[in-house]
Design a protein around this ligand. Sequence first.
Ligand code: 13P
Length: 253
Amino acid sequence: MKRMPFIAGNWKMNKTVSESIDLIKQLKADLSRVEGVEVAVAPPFTALYAVRKELEGSPIQLAAQNLFWEEKGAFTGEIAPTMLKELGCHYVILGHSERRQFFGETDETVNRKTRATLKQGLKVIFCIGETLKEREAGKTFAVIQRQVTGGLKDISKEEMRSVVVAYEPVWSIGTGKTATPEQAEEVHRFIRKKLEELYSREIAEGVRIQYGGSVTPENVKGLMGQENIDGALVGGASLKSETFSKIVRFKEM
Ligand code: 13P
């Protein structure tokens, strides 16, 4: 089975509404006529509606960066899955290391969010990755295994078809230190093996596994050349159309 490459831009806490509109207009222009690759952008919540309107009729998909698992109620400051669904989001990024690091997310909360998101028929970009300390202590695979089994607990085979995994080694996020294609591939292969054990060969072969962490137009092709790397989750380089659209066009480079 050939997996469709998937490049997503995580804008994190960047771009006001007007800056988001400028960027998405430029992206639409730069990415017209790109085929054979799925593309998504994840603006901050405040810009989702405006970006969605700009994206009408465009193949670029919309992602949110987080949500809360409850359907509605007294949860000041939180956003529910149905709100994102009605807004026209296709994906929700969950378990990003910045949320784990700064906002106390755990495998358990990531799991609750993942279940609530899938229940609404939204797709999930499920993020995992080890810290530098964990890598240096030789714990990379143990951490990945824990995050995969904990974060995907009670997710059915059918639901797994709506999950994209993003492997983002924490030490490579925003540092300019990309994992080498071989380093990344080793972990991606391990993740796919775990998915096979938890689900089935067919499911594991179908799940896209993105790499994230200092992806640039210069290093994307080497990463995408690996058998188990099916896309990229791009932070810094997604904030400019010039760099993000080059990453999306990795095949032409
Ligand atoms: P950078 O591309 O800025 O390293 O960020 C990666 C990331 O965290 C994407 O979610």
